[in-house]
Design a protein around this ligand. Structure first.
Ligand SMILES: [Zn+2]
Length: 252
């Protein structure tokens, strides 16, 4: 025997479905600023990586220039010593100058080693700048894509909200006013969920066991019955009729 569901019960179930989907859409819309902010933060991190790599490269170049200036100073002294060496009159003077020349050469050699180090570092930093710029470009593309998705979803969510509001108005107009006021009251008290499925004798939302007689009535789906505990309007989903009986092994 096919039992028809009470029309108002059917309407409150539909109403709940609409409210839940509207609630989800609104929450998704409310999340948008946070999602956009997270995307901007990702981009900012990538930008900072580029800036920091460029800064390190500039520091490297400045340091190298400073060393090159030192080299120039020592080279100036070196050529002065060499000139002096040609004009010395005593062995002692000659040795003293040679010693100075030796010092200057050692100093220049050490500075040139430092320049070489800086050059190697510059190669690495140039590669780092390129790599981080490439990453920034990739990140920009990804973020642009995600922002487009958010914008598209924004439009969809708004049109879905409009559609839901229209369907809701039609349902509300058809619903018994007393049932509607029960629905609205519980919805307000119970975080927007006024309807609950009863399954295996239990309210599936508050998990309280229903009295057997109440559950039996709920199973019929032919009246508005509220959970004794959470006050939500209860409905029952019958098990789908099985087309073929399960194969059983009969004992001999
Ligand atoms: Zn309940």
């Amino acid at each position: 025997m096919v039992r028809l569901m009470n029309a108002d019960l059917e309407r409150v179930i539909a109403l709940q479905r609409l409210d839940t989907s509207a609630h989800d859409a609104q929450r998704r819309l409310a999340d948008e600023p946070e999602r956009t902010k997270a995307l901007d933060a990702r981009l900012e991190t990538a930008r900072q990586r580029v800036a920091s790599a460029k800064e390190r490269l500039t520091e490297n170049q400045n340091a190298r220039r400073a060393i090159e200036k030192d080299v120039a100073v020592h080279q100036g002294r070196l050529s002065k010593f060499r000139e002096q060496a040609m004009a010395v009159k005593t062995n002692q003077e000659y040795h003293a100058i040679q010693k100075e020349i030796g010092y200057a050469q050692t100093e220049i050699k050490a500075l040139e080693d430092k320049i070489l180090e800086r050059m190697l570092e510059a190669d690495e930093l140039t590669a780092l700048v390129k790599r981080s710029e490439k990453e920034l470009g990739d990140e920009q593309k990804a973020v642009d894509g995600d922002k487009k998705t958010i914008a598209a979803e924004h439009g969809e969510l708004h049109s879905s909200l409009e559609r839901v509001a229209g369907e809701r108005a039609a349902l509300v107009a058809a619903l018994d006013p007393q049932v509607l006021s029960i629905f609205e009251l519980i919805s307000k008290r119970r975080n927007g969920v006024a309807v609950a499925e009863a399954r295996d004798g239990i309210c599936t939302i508050c998990h309280v066991r229903l009295r057997p007689q109440v559950f039996n009535n709920v199973r019929r789906n032919d009246q508005i019955i509220q959970c004794d505990s959470c006050q939500r309007i209860l409905y029952f989903v019958p098990a789908p009729a099985t087309a073929t009986p399960a194969v059983t092994h009969l004992p001999h």
